[in-house]
Ligand binder design. Structure first.
Ligand SMILES: Cc1cc2nc3c(=O)[nH]c(=O)nc-3n(C[C@H](O)[C@H](O)[C@H](O)COP(=O)(O)OP(=O)(O)OC[C@H]3O[C@@H](n4cnc5c(N)ncnc54)[C@H](O)[C@@H]3O)c2cc1C
Length: 349
């Protein structure tokens, strides 16, 4: 039987890659006319989980540091894990080619009829993976808005990603290199108009960034945690199933992993939902979601205090969703009160 993958984003790439390795030749249905049309910062902060090789040619920047600020004050600079900023379209193209998958552009899968148009013909999609992204997610979503700045910019480090926490909107500004250019954005619990106004101020305040905007874009990100299910018999994967880290909005790696797990299980005749549910990436998303709930319940002052008190190693475990709990608690030993609160949140929900 012909297998299909709906959506040619990272989740679709993960699914196609797993199916390709198992000897299938999936057809990938992509509604848009090109890859990576959806706005994205193109960061992959943790490489070891990514289920397909990332060739050097698609890497725009190698990231060695994360530098953080809290409500305008410098917090720390940390160099724990190596990450990449990638040319997302090139990466996806490479993965689909490696998978031996055919990508059919302008092929919107019709959820009502279960059909799509491929090479001028209507096909019935009977089996495969659904990876259509945030629009099909029924949990909480927040807006993210971003500017592309023409570089190279003086005093911007091209091997660092900057995270500027804003405790008012429970979100953060980011400054990501993008080859020689720079992407600056903000995501959080606020309306897009407010985020644009905040981003304008942020760029205006920073002499490094001011006056270089060449493009703007915005979209949404699913932060409600994992919600597994089916769309007309196709198991959901990626952001459609909530595979985004709720605190950071990181979706490329979680989506790719989830798509891969769903595709592999399908190829092996196992339950794709169960395969995703039992994975470490699900644990990472779920624990972040718990911490997001906790953060939401805090007064701004407490939120500020908690963020400021966590050592960089603990920030990294949380941000990457790796959550080595004994290691994290050991790092918090000098702050027993906070250690207890974190332990209770992570272990008991
Ligand atoms: C502004 C912004 C910046 C971000 N920056 C980062 C970042 O730096 N790092 C990171 O890890 N994450 C980032 N994210 C999140 C990340 O982009 C997504 O979580 C990730 O792309 C999700 O992958 P996916 O494959 O599940 O969905 P998508 O990438 O959304 O792919 C879904 C695909 O399905 C297609 N599609 C939709 N409906 C249909 C249909 N009916 N038929 C056929 N095709 C369909 C879409 O056109 C799309 O190509 C960012 C998000 C935003 C909004």
């Amino acid at each position: 039987m012909q297998l299909y993958v709906v959506g040619a984003g990272p989740a679709g790439a993960g699914a196609a890659y797993a199916l390709g390795r198992a000897g299938f030749r999936p057809i990938v249905l992509e509604a848009q006319e090109r890859l990576a049309a959806k706005p994205c910062g193109k960061g992959i902060p943790l490489l070891r989980d990514v289920p397909f090789p990332i060739p050097k040619e698609v890497v725009l920047n190698e990231i060695k540091y994360v530098a953080t600020w809290l409500d305008g004050e410098p917090l720390f600079k940390y160099g724990g894990e190596e990450g990449y900023i990638v040319d997302k379209a090139d990466l996806l193209e490479h993965v689909f080619a490696e998978a031996g998958a055919e990508v059919s552009f302008g092929s919107k899968y019709n959820v009502r009829s279960g059909t799509a148009r491929v090479n001028g013909e209507v096909v019935e999609v009977k089996a495969g993976v659904f990876a259509g992204g945030f629009a099909y997610y029924d949990g909480e979503r927040i807006p993210v808005v971003q500017y592309l700045l023409k570089g190279p910019l003086k005093d911007v480090s091209y091997e660092t990603i900057e995270v500027h926490f804003d405790t008012e909107i429970m979100g953060y500004y980011y400054v990501f290199p993008h080859g020689e250019d720079v992407e600056v954005g903000v995501g959080g619990f606020a309306k897009p108009q407010r985020l644009w106004a905040m981003l304008d101020k942020f760029v205006e305040r920073d002499a490094r960034l001011r006056g270089s905007v060449i493009a703007k874009e915005s979209s949404a990100v699913s932060v409600g945690g994992v919600r597994l299910g089916y769309v007309r018999g196709l198991p959901k994967a990626g952001e459609a199933a909530g595979y985004v880290m709720p605190l950071t909005g990181e979706g490329n790696r979680p989506a790719a992993v989830s798509g891969y797990l769903a595709g592999k299980a399908l190829a092996e005749g196992r339950d794709p939902l169960e395969a995703q549910r039992r994975s470490p990436i699900t644990r990472g998303v779920e624990l972040q979601r718990r911490l997001l709930e906790w953060t939401k319940s805090m007064e701004v002052r407490e939120r500020r205090e908690v963020i400021a008190s966590l050592p960089p190693e603990v920030h990294a475990e949380i941000a990457l969703g790796t959550f080595r709990i004994p290691y994290m608690l050991a790092k918090l030993i000098s702050r027993p009160g906070l250690m207890l609160k974190v332990a209770l949140k992570l272990l008991r929900g």
